[in-house]
Ligand binder design. Structure first.
Ligand code: DAH
Length: 348
């Protein structure tokens, strides 16, 4: 019997030495220690063994079972280590390989200008409000002192949808909407950014769709000095601390007096250069004191309340600030323009 056991042990050693995978190892385990395995079947001899030898045989049987288990487990560990090593080698990270470049978007130049203006006015206590892009003639024109047939309507050739509805040609209707909604609650301090539409032929300086930011302040005792102070802060914020502004008389139906505002040229400092067309000044926005008719039409008594308003074009500001030559570049989503701009500006 001892020979038999030794033989089985030798067989096991030989088989084990040939095993290359965990699956093969499992087959060997079944072959020797499975239900019908050759070691398991040794127990069947127990019956034939004389009583006095049973103890020794039993102990031999246990020993070989334990030994077989040890051998199999050791092999299992060895194979698992080999697998792990293979996996580690395979998964090694080559830190010298060039990385995958993730292209990150940047802030659109127009958004940058709008954000900058919003931030400034919010810091001065203004609210940011919005109005509809499909607007009533009532708000786009009539409540702004531009009754039907008024010649100044022609300056803003508009996209009408019906007789009474149009794509707003300016953000000024948000002034009237804000006053209507507040009904003599003051102070009103708002800025209204948004898209506007005009029947213009697109070229380097015109676009049928562009953006404006409207500003409106209504309260008791608001004067031209408040408007001037506010716009000076705006000009300095947009074009640099040394900037000065100047007022020129103008005409807008919804303001009286109406004023066009120039900023001293940020390029030449006022001496004269191609950017300011040798004048030293650059026109940046339209403004004025809210016309009594507008206040009255929106439920504010002009004897008690006064206000100022202004309208600025973010495209013009961005073109000046960043030296952009064609207004169409803002809308065509040409990545060369956008990433170029972000590279110059540092992007975000
Ligand atoms: N709405 C005017 C335009 O589109 C711009 C403007 C001028 C707005 C004077 C104002 C203002 O609020 O006071 O041409």
């Amino acid at each position: 019997m001892k020979e038999k056991i030794t033989e089985i042990k030798n067989q096991l050693q030989t088989k084990i030495s040939q095993v290359k995978t965990l699956n093969e190892l499992n087959d060997v385990r079944i072959e020797f220690l499975g239900k019908k395995g050759s070691i398991t079947e040794l127990s069947n001899y127990m019956r034939e063994i004389p009583v006095e030898e049973k103890k020794e045989f039993g102990s031999l049987l246990n020993t070989i079972k334990n030994e077989a288990n040890e051998i199999l487990n050791a092999k299992k560990e060895e194979l698992e280590n080999i697998e792990l090593q293979k996996k580690l080698n395979y998964e090694t990270i080559d830190v010298t390989l060039p990385g995958t470049k993730l292209s990150v978007g940047g802030t659109h130049p127009l958004t940058k200008v709008i954000d900058e203006i919003e931030e400034l006015f919010v810091s001065m206590g203004y609210d940011v409000v919005e109005g509809p892009e499909i607007e009533q003639d009532l708000y786009n024109f009539e409540k702004l002192n531009l009754p039907k047939g008024h010649p100044a309507r022609d300056a803003q050739d508009s996209f009408y949808i019906t007789d009474e509805m149009l794509l707003r040609s300016q953000t000024s209707p948000v002034q009237a909407r804000t006053m209507d909604a507040n009904l003599e609650k003051t102070p009103i301090r708002v800025i209204c950014p948004g898209k506007v539409y005009r029947r213009d032929d697109d070229d380097a300086t015109h676009s049928h769709q562009f953006t404006q930011i409207e500003g409106l302040v209504v309260d008791k005792d608001i004067s031209l000095a408040d408007l001037k102070g506010t716009l000076e802060i705006l000009a300095k914020k947009l074009f640099g601390e040394e900037r000065e502004i100047r007022f020129r008389p103008s005409f807008f139906p919804f303001t009286e007096p109406s004023i066009e505002v120039d900023v001293s040229c940020f390029k030449c400092g006022g001496v004269g250069c191609p950017i300011c067309k040798e004048t030293g000044w650059i026109e940046i926005l339209g403004s004025g004191m809210v016309h009594p008719n507008v206040l009255r039409g929106c439920g504010y008594d002009p004897e008690i309340y006064t206000g100022f308003a202004f309208g600025i074009g973010p495209e013009r500001v961005a073109m000046l600030k960043y030296g952009i030559g064609d207004i169409r570049s803002f809308y065509t989503n040409d990545l060369r323009f956008l990433s170029d701009f972000n590279r110059v500006e540092g992007g975000e």
